[in-house]
Design a protein around this ligand. Structure first.
Ligand SMILES: Nc1ncnc2c1ncn2[C@@H]1O[C@H](COP(=O)(O)OP(=O)(O)OP(=O)(O)O)[C@@H](O)[C@H]1O
Length: 262
C-alpha cells in the first residue's frame, strides 16, 4: 500500500532582512515516518519547522500537509487553522503555562475544538478530562495530573507537552530541539516516547536535533541543512564522521560533541 504524504515542501525560500534562512528547500515526509532535521546552529531548522506549521510565511515555495496546501508562494491557505489542527508542536522550553496544573495544560490541546466561551473559563467536560488523563497515562505521568506544571522536572514537562499533542489529535508532531534542555536520562525517555508514538500510534514525527549520536539512535532518516539549504536527505547510517566532515567541515564538531553525548 502506498502511504499518504504527511508533509511536502517544494522550493521553500525565506529571507530575513535580505539574509537567506531557507533556500529552495524541498523534501517529502510520508505518513508514519520519523525524520530528523540536522544542522549546525543557524542552519535553518527552527525556521523550517515554523514554516511547516504556518507560524512563518515563506517568500516563495509551497508547504502541503496531507496533500492540502498550507502555504503557497507567500500566502497562507484560508483553511490553515484546520490544517494546523493535524500538527502538534513541542519545543526546547516545553511552552507550558507554568501556573496551571498538568491536566489543564493537557486540556489546552483541545482548545481548537471547543468554543471560545468555554475556553475562556477553562470549562472542560468529564469526557475531555478522561481523555486528558488517558493521554497522561500514555506518556507515563498520570500521577502528576493535578500538580502545578512548574513543579515538574524538565523531562516530565516535555511529556506534558506531548500529552497535549495527543489530546489535540495530532497526526504529526513537529519537535524543535525537544531534548536540548534535558539531562541524558530524561532525553532518552522523551526520545523513546516519541519513537513509541511513531511506531504504535502511527504519528509522523519531524524533529530538529543538534546531536548526531541521538539522531542515529532514534531516526532512520535525516534531512540535513546548511545555511538554509538541504545538503543531505537519506539514511542516518550514512551520517558517519567522514560524511559529516564532508558536509560541514569543522562545524561537524558541533554536531558530534554538543548536547547529550554518551
Ligand atoms: N525572526 C528572525 N529574524 C531575523 N533572522 C532570523 C529570524 N529567525 C531566524 N533568523 C535567522 O535565520 C537563520 C536560521 O535560523 P534558525 O533559528 O532557523 O536556525 P537553527 O538551525 O534552528 O539554529 P539553532 O540550532 O541555533 O536553533 C539564522 O541566520 C537566524 O539568525
Amino acid at each position: 500500500m502506498v502511504k499518504e504524504t504527511a508533509v511536502e515542501v517544494i522550493d521553500l525560500t525565506k529571507t530575513f532582512k535580505g539574509k537567506t534562512a531557507l533556500q529552495k528547500v524541498s523534501f517529502t515526509v510520508k505518513a508514519g515516518e520519523m525524520v530528523a532535521l540536522v544542522g549546525a546552529s543557524g542552519s535553518g531548522k527552527s525556521t523550517l519547522l515554523r514554516h511547516l506549521n504556518g507560524l512563518e510565511r515563506g517568500e516563495s515555495g509551497v508547504v502541503k500537509v496531507f496533500d492540502c496546501s498550507l502555504q503557497s508562494e507567500g500566502k497562507f491557505h484560508s483553511k490553515i487553522r484546520q490544517l494546523r489542527s493535524n500538527m502538534g508542536c513541542i519545543f526546547q522550553q516545553f511552552n507550558l503555562v507554568k501556573r496551571l496544573t498538568v491536566i489543564e495544560n493537557v486540556l489546552v490541546g483541545n482548545l481548537g475544538q471547543i468554543s471560545l466561551a468555554r475556553s475562556a473559563i477553562r470549562y472542560f467536560t468529564k469526557a475531555e478530562k478522561i481523555q486528558a488523563l488517558s493521554a497522561l497515562e500514555r506518556v507515563g505521568i498520570l500521577d502528576q495530573a493535578y500538580k502545578r506544571a512548574s513543579l515538574l522536572s524538565g523531562g516530565q514537562q516535555q511529556r506534558v507537552a506531548i500529552a497535549r499533542c495527543l489530546v489535540q489529535g495530532a497526526r504529526i508532531i513537529l519537535a524543535d530541539e525537544p531534548i536540548a534542555s534535558l539531562d541524558p536520562e530524561s532525553a532518552r525517555k522523551v526520545m523513546e516516547l516519541l519513537g513509541e508514538l511513531n511506531q504504535e500510534n502511527g504519528i509522523t514525527v519531524i524533529s530538529s536535533l543538534h546531536q548526531v549520536q541521538m539522531v542515529q539512535r532514534y531516526f532512520s532518516r535525516a534531512v540535513a541543512l546548511k545555511q538554509g539549504e538541504v545538503i543531505f536527505d537519506g539514511s542516518t547510517s550514512d551520517l558517519n564522521q567522514n560524511r559529516l566532515n564532508q558536509l560541514y567541515g569543522s562545524a561537524a564538531q558541533e554536531l558530534v560533541l554538543s548536547g547529550h553525548g554518551e
